[in-house]
Design a protein. Structure first.
Length: 135
């Protein structure tokens, strides 16, 4: 009985710590997004497009699908070849948007409208967690 309580306590503690870390990452992702991405993107439901599209719902609406935004030919071509904005795709895109489009389209000359890169993996992970929360 004592062993079961200890294991249960351990699991509960790990879940609590995991949830706390996730909340910290989400807060960090929001802070990074709003400090580095807000010049070109909005994050609110129904928010206006800026230089880049509004990012609310990006993980559920699909690539190049924000109504009223004029996406680059490279992104629309990549979207027609089929992919979804999951963690892996967002991570690759945020690392180097033009390289991502080159890989998706097979066109070495394609360029993304987004020239900003987010080189640190932990920052990309936090931003992606934040973007996934925008539903």
């Amino acid at each position: 009985m004592i062993f079961r309580v200890s294991v249960t306590s351990l699991v509960a503690g790990l879940l609590f710590v995991s949830g706390s870390v996730m909340a910290q990452d989400l807060a960090a992702g929001e802070k990074i997004a709003k400090s580095r991405c807000a010049a070109c993107h909005s994050f609110d439901k129904g928010g206006a497009h800026k230089v880049g599209p509004n990012l609310f719902g990006i993980t559920t609406r699909g690539p190049a699908k924000a109504t009223g935004y004029a996406y680059s030919t490279g992104l629309t071509d990549a979207a027609t070849k089929g992919f979804a904005w999951d963690k892996a795709e967002l991570d690759t895109y945020l690392t180097d948007p033009s390289k991502f489009l080159e890989q998706k389209t097979g066109d070495a000359k394609v360029r993304s409208k987004m020239t900003f890169k987010l080189p640190k993996a932990d920052e990309r992970a936090a931003v992606i967690l934040y973007l996934e929360s925008l539903k």
